[in-house]
Design a protein around this ligand. Structure first.
Ligand code: IMP
Ligand code: MG
Length: 174
């Protein structure tokens, strides 16, 4: 049976907010180049929409990590599935994530990426669920939306690999 999905953020709301954040990033990185690291797969839609709106020079790389199994619960285990293609030496790195939940994925990623000698490294996320944070040390520079503790899908986010292609953010009703 098809899941029932309640709209939390419309496509228009999401795109308007991404434009705002892109303007802020373009201002903050004026005169510099920004190296976006898209965290696959969830970060893909957000990364594309963000990158198109940036007015500073952009380069892109992709990394795939897993911290979740097939369901909606964190396993607490973070594994690198695909590493970056390019080194980070001297780059202004901006990590682009779909959502920060427990913070385990980002806490781990920041540790390993900081060791690769970037000039700077910051985090940008489409969604943040601060109530769920376990790793309090994770500092997020750019957040599009802070949301309540609900499991969301769409705009890259999945439930068992489904719904990533929804153009809005929705909550799967149980
Ligand atoms: P964290 O390590 O607990 O912060 O989890 C981060 C990852 O968990 C995200 O990149 C998502 O892939 C996944 N995730 C966390 N919350 C949700 C949700 O509400 N919907 C879909 N995926 C989620
Ligand atoms: Mg996921």
């Amino acid at each position: 049976m098809a899941d029932k999905i309640r709209v939390l953020l419309t496509e228009e709301e999401v795109n308007a907010k991404i434009s705002e954040i892109a303007k802020q990033i373009s201002d903050d990185y004026a005169g510099k180049e920004v190296h976006l690291i898209c965290i696959l797969k969830g970060g893909v839609f957000f990364t594309c929409e963000l990158a198109k709106r940036l007015t500073v020079p952009v380069s892109l790389d992709f990394m795939s990590v897993s911290s979740y199994g097939a369901g909606t619960k964190s396993s607490g285990v973070v594994k690198i599935i695909k590493d970056l293609d390019e080194p980070l030496d001297g780059k202004e790195v901006l990590i682009v994530e779909d959502i920060i939940d427990s913070g385990r994925t980002l806490a781990y990623l920041m540790e390993i990426l900081k060791q690769r000698n970037p000039k700077s490294i910051q985090l940008c996320t489409l969604l943040d669920k601060p109530e769920r944070r376990v790793k309090k040390q994770v500092q997020v520079k750019y957040t599009c939306f802070t949301i309540p503790d609900e499991f969301v899908v769409g705009y890259g986010l999945d439930y068992d690999q489904k719904y990533r292609n929804l153009p809005y953010i929705g909550v799967v009703e149980q």
